[in-house]
Design a protein around this ligand. Structure first.
Ligand SMILES: Nc1ncnc2c1ncn2[C@@H]1O[C@H](COP(=O)(O)OP(=O)(O)OP(=O)(O)O)[C@@H](O)[C@H]1O
Ligand code: SF4
Ligand SMILES: [Mg+2]
Length: 319
């Protein structure tokens, strides 16, 4: 399968003013590398404030003005300039936003789904397509003339997903699509992503919900203090977690209710407080002297990636 998205060594930082006129560069995302192929769902799992939305915004070229972006974002193998991102967004690359507040409260649903059109002819074609997709998502013709406040939570979510699909995208970035939804709507939303995958669309699912990630993703990237510390296959989250590599990913897995709820001691260092060596050093039971001084790179182990010195010689049995 062809790759649709490559994020290569991306860092995002903000200038922060400290005492007097001193300033420092506060890194929120560091050295982020990941890729998505056609028909693949990659979930990025990270806690609140870990930089998930910034990653989505970097792909769309909508970062805040005071943000510095380094590294490359490629679509179909081509490095995207800001101009390219503006051309592609809403067309080949679409965002399913976190909040239904993204809908314009004063505009009828069908009009906002169709968006700007140049001619009556274009409007007719788009309207027909909108109806077909809405129908597929169980949104009857009465929805077209409704305003957002008239939609239930589940309907609004379906409107956001179907609107995203109107442009025949090749890549969908979904930023926290499930929080605050009831169980049935969560399930429905996740099914939408499965359908996109079946249609060959690459999906980046940004979430802090490990259950959602495990249900739909092919691979799962784990964020820790702004670093991707592992990209694992979904199947690795099974048994005792023996196929997971990074000690934090193993601990996350063991903290799931089904696996005994073993809570990890300590907390994730915040941006600006990350120690010099490995970001997981303070909590790691496998640490050794070098981990305190040097920061591990993200190792490419073929099907998986991990940021830990223990795997520099590859994966040994029983790791
Ligand atoms: N404009 C800005 N200026 C300075 N810092 C910012 C700015 N925008 C975001 N940040 C910092 O970047 C960090 C990551 O923000 P981001 O919104 O990407 O987190 P998130 O992982 O999406 O969180 P959530 O799960 O709550 O949506 C935040 O901790 C915030 O402090
Ligand atoms: S690099 Fe060292 S401290 Fe970091 S996760 Fe690996 S063993 Fe633990
Ligand atoms: Mg966010």
């Amino acid at each position: 399968m062809e790759k649709v998205l490559d994020v290569e060594n991306v860092s995002i930082s903000f200038i922060q003013y400290t005492k007097g006129l001193n300033q420092r560069d506060l890194k929120v995302i560091s050295d982020l590398t990941l890729d998505i192929s056609e028909g693949e769902i990659l979930a990025v799992l990270g806690s609140s404030g870990s930089g998930k939305s910034l990653l989505a915004h970097a792909i769309f070229g909508i970062l805040p003005e005071n943000a510095n972006l380094n590294g490359n974002i490629k679509y179909n193998g081509k490095i995207l300039s800001q101009e390219d991102k503006e051309k592609l967004r809403g067309k080949d690359i679409v965002l399913v936003p976190q909040s239904v507040n993204f809908l314009d409260p004063l505009m009828k649903i069908s009009d906002q789904a169709i968006g700007h059109v140049e001619s009556e002819e274009e409007k007719k074609v788009k309207k027909q397509k909108q109806r077909e997709i809405f129908e597929h998502y169980n949104l009857g013709p009465e929805v077209d003339d409704m305003y957002p406040f008239q939609l239930s939570g589940g309907m609004a979510r379906r409107v956001l997903v179907s609107t995203a699909l109107l442009s025949d995208p090749k890549l969908v970035v979904a930023d926290e699509p499930t929080p605050g939804l009831d169980e049935k709507t969560v399930q429905e939303t996740l099914n939408h992503f499965k359908h996109m995958k079946e249609d060959g669309i690459g999906v980046l699912l940004i979430t802090h919900d490990i259950h959602a990630a495990l249900e739909v993703a092919d691979r799962i990237g784990i964020f820790y203090s702004g670093y991707v510390i592992e990209i694992a296959q979904k199947e690795d989250f099974s048994g005792e977690g023996e196929n997971l590599l990074h000690p934090y990913t193993k601990a996350l897995y063991k903290a799931l209710p089904a696996n005994g709820f073993e809570i990890i001691k300590g907390h994730q260092p915040l941006h600006g407080e990350i120690p010099k060596g490995c970001p997981y050093y303070d909590r790691c039971e496998m640490r050794f002297d070098r981990c305190k001084e040097e920061r591990p790179e993200l190792l490419d182990l073929g099907k998986k990636r991990v940021r830990c010195f223990k795997y520099e010689d590859g994966v040994k049995d029983g790791a």
